[in-house]
Ligand binder design. Structure first.
Ligand code: G5P
Length: 225
């Protein structure tokens, strides 16, 4: 059992490897992995009011409005009084960061800085099941049957926003909204930026950093909600 609860955030543009690295951190250090994208997909599947609204944005490759995100996520974080956690994908705007700040003190923020060309290659291979928000990558996480969702068998689509032309604007938008968040966490002295083109090369540095902050655990059960 950890002596002190640990609260961390991982931020990065779409396709930067947040989910992949979060799973590794959760497994190695026993933090609960909370994912804004997964949480939205759960709400879409459950047809909640917020889920129905969020779906209209996600389908178009757009960010969900701040008030929807904070209303969904903050109560969930407030329930986690006894757990150390890693939040993946939230906050990603200054309004979200300020709302989170009023709820808890973060110990550490990981920011992934991945070159545009790398993101473009990963995202242009990305297909989505619109009804559930499930995401596939034809190179690294393909569906069992090509072009079909694993669970429903329904056809997968590709976002116009994942086409190379639209990606420039989308990634620039991310950069614009994330910059003040990065500056905020830098000024608090808790920001750690990692750059590179391969998750496997970035991971050892993140692992080393976290090893100085939290004890690793031998068990392998990933804590994911
Ligand atoms: P999500 O689900 O958080 P995104 O778009 O932010 O979606 P995504 O695509 O899931 O993020 P990621 O988590 O950063 O990317 O990266 P990942 O899934 O680990 O890796 C991406 C792909 O690259 C995978 O196929 C992986 O296997 C592969 N990969 C990883 N590492 C490597 C590598 O080293 N080499 C190679 N070759 N491949 C690799 O959010 C979904 C939507 O919800 C909304 C937004 O609409 C978002 O689009 N949303 C929010 N809206 C507003 N505010 C928020 N805070 C929001 N959070 C979510």
């Amino acid at each position: 059992m950890m002596a002190k609860l640990f609260r961390a955030v991982i931020m990065g543009p779409p396709g930067s490897g947040k989910g992949t690295i979060s799973e590794r951190i959760a497994q190695r250090f026993g933090l609960k992995h909370l994912s804004s994208g997964d949480f939205l997909r759960e709400n879409i599947a459950a047809n909640t009011e917020a889920g129905v609204l969020a779906k209209t944005y996600i389908e178009r490759g757009l960010m969900v409005p701040d008030h929807v995100m904070t209303r969904l996520l903050l109560p969930r974080l407030e329930e986690m009084t006894c757990h150390s956690w890693l939040m993946d994908g939230f906050p990603c705007t200054l309004a979200q960061a300020k709302a989170l700040n009023s709820t808890c003190d973060l110990d550490l923020v990981i920011s992934l800085n991945i070159p545009y060309e790398t993101l473009k290659d990963r995202l242009s291979d990305r297909w989505i099941h619109p009804a559930s928000g499930r995401v596939y990558n034809m190179g690294f996480n393909p569906p069992r049957v090509q072009g079909r969702d694993d669970l429903s068998g329904e056809p997968l689509i590709q976002h116009d926003d994942d086409q190379p032309e639209a990606l420039v604007a989308r990634l620039r938008h991310y950069k614009d909204v994330a910059k003040p968040v990065i500056d905020l966490y830098k000024s608090k002295g808790i920001l750690h930026m990692f750059s590179g083109t391969e998750t496997d090369r970035i991971w050892p540095y993140i692992n080393s950093l976290l090893s100085t902050k939290i004890p690793s655990r031998p068990e392998t059960d990933t804590q994911h909600i």
